[in-house]
Design a protein around this ligand. Structure first.
Ligand SMILES: *Cc1c(COP(=O)(O)O)cnc(C)c1O
Length: 355
């Protein structure tokens, strides 16, 4: 049998993950046989995880952060909902999130038995009046998205955090994808901008770490304590993570790449990705395709469905938004020359050459 090979990244446009940075790859390989879920045995990776959380705190404006390296944004979001639910005393808890919130909140609601209320958007961001309408005495968490999955939009985080505080609820920011680009933009999104309680920020997306490396941050250890479970047969006495055995490779790669790239390397990458997104939106716009303004490096443009299908036939990994637009996430592996090739294919198909 032929040996399977991983896909190449040369035509991947829709993924929110990317090729791990070489430093991340090397660290992942070195720590492949470690398990931060058992810190008594795997001490050095446990120490690295504390470093990872400190570094994530620097990125997200939080000195002395609590948190851990999760399997991804999904786990971090589930855990944030779990913190809020456990901390509250209501028997009928609800979570209020914008309609743009990632589908992982639906999983969280289902697993944790909380009601998910989604507020309509205006201009792709949470509509504050609609959020106010949905918040009540049983609201345990208000979610804001900082870098939405489809359009890279940033919700009004300070206003949402204030709203949450007034309602006695926690405020969670989902910066799974946006966390490593937002520090270089002028958006208000982090712990220093607003009374945010918890945050999802994933090294394995724009952070260029190896999968799996997600991040959950909490303003204080007492929030994380809401998750603590006794662990009788481990040397450590309690565990806050959702999974037991975890990837030390993810943890080590996250530390290595953050040490290497924070902040200058990430800033340079952000500028390059943003310039690529602006270029692509302008090129598609000049050809008469409506492109949603890329506030962060994600472009959504209304190519016809059959064109998207034909581009996929040519090997472009491109996924439509819920509204049907073609969506290009300008990850580090998405270069200008790759985008030129993509636009050339769009033109070629528009001329009726090829299917
Ligand atoms: C990707 C993403 C997630 C989910 O993260 P996984 O690592 O895929 O579990 C959650 N929220 C946002 C905003 C995302 O972009």
């Amino acid at each position: 049998m032929q040996r399977a090979e991983p896909q190449e990244f040369s035509r991947v446009l829709s993924s929110m993950c990317t090729e791990p940075h070489p430093t991340a790859r090397a660290a992942a390989e070195r720590f492949l046989a470690t398990n931060p879920g058992d810190p008594g045995t795997y001490e050095s990776v446990a120490a690295l995880e504390r470093e990872a959380v400190d570094l994530l705190g620097q990125v997200a404006g939080l000195p002395d952060p609590a948190g851990y390296v999760a399997s991804g944004g999904t786990e971090a979001n589930v855990q944030a909902v779990r913190i809020a639910r456990n901390r509250a005393s209501t028997r009928d808890p609800n979570v209020v999130a914008p309609a743009s919130a990632h589908f992982s909140f639906r999983k969280a609601a289902d697993i944790l038995g909380v009601e998910l209320r989604t507020a309509p958007l205006s201009e792709y961001r949470a509509n504050l009046e609609a959020v106010v309408e949905l918040v009540d005495d049983d609201t345990v968490l208000v979610v804001g998205v900082a870098g939405s999955t489809e359009y890279g939009r940033v919700d009004p985080i300070p206003a949402l955090a204030e709203l949450a505080a007034d309602a006695g609820a926690l405020c969670h920011v989902d910066a799974a994808w946006g966390g490593f680009v937002l520090p270089f933009s002028d958006h208000e999104w982090d712990f220093s901008d607003a009374p945010v309680d918890t945050m999802t920020i994933d090294p394995h997306k724009m952070g260029q770490a190896a999968v799996p490396a997600g991040g959950l941050l909490a303003r204080g250890p007492e929030l994380l304590d809401e998750l603590a479970i006794d662990t009788p047969y481990l040397e450590s006495t309690s565990q806050v993570t959702l999974t037991g055995t975890r990837s030390g490779a993810g943890v080590a790669s996250a530390v290595a790449v953050m040490e290497e790239l924070w902040p200058d390397g990430y800033e340079a990458q952000y500028r390059c990705s943003q310039a690529n997104a602006d270029w692509l939106a302008a090129e598609l716009g000049s050809r008469g395709y409506d492109a949603v303004e890329p506030v962060l490096p994600i472009v959504a443009a209304d190519l016809p469905d059959d064109r998207i299908a034909a581009l996929r036939e040519r090997g472009w990994r491109l996924s439509p938004t819920e509204a049907g637009e073609a969506r290009v996430v300008c990850m580090p592996h998405v270069t200008r020359s790759m985008l030129r090739e993509f636009v050339a294919d769009v033109d070629d198909l528009a001329d009726g050459r090829g299917a």
